[in-house]
Design a protein around this ligand. Structure first.
Ligand SMILES: [Fe+2]
Length: 140
């Protein structure tokens, strides 16, 4: 079973946002598989996991830009609070990725669970509110 699975409760009903969320979820599953793969050598596994985490970080950043641009265009009233959540998460990921790349920390189940929980909660609450506002104004 996948580490995190897409389900309808995660839908914002904004096509581009939902497609990107699905891609994020797929990539988080890849990160989980790579970092928990006990069949490969530790060093090789960690190197691959770090590369996957780095890509995930870039992708999350560009995904946030897409959401923030939609909020700006539609003059969404919750934009500032939503952007602050994105920034808090981005700062934390940047910090953690730095610690991990310096060998100060492993990509652990605790980190993977943090990513999963943050993304699920953010999508189901904050992105859902944005999705409702945008779909009511004709965006899909
Ligand atoms: Fe968001």
């Amino acid at each position: 079973m996948a580490f995190i699975e897409w389900n309808d409760r995660l839908a914002t009903h904004i096509k581009v946002v939902d497609e990107e969320h699905k891609f994020l979820i797929e990539n988080l599953n890849v990160l989980y598989e790579v970092s928990t793969d006990r069949t490969s050598a530790t060093e090789e596994r960690d190197k691959l996991a770090r590369a996957v985490l780095e890509n995930l970080g870039y992708y999350i950043h560009t995904h946030f830009v897409v959401e923030e641009e939609l909020m700006r265009v539609f003059q969404y009233p919750g934009t500032d609070a939503h952007k602050a959540e994105h920034k808090g998460f981005t700062d934390k990921i940047t910090y953690l990725a730095g610690v991990i790349s310096e060998g100060g920390m492993d990509i652990s189940i605790a980190l993977l669970t943090f990513l999963k929980d943050w993304l699920s909660t953010h999508i189901m609450e904050t992105d859902a509110r944005m999705g409702k506002f945008l779909t009511e104004r004709g965006q899909n």
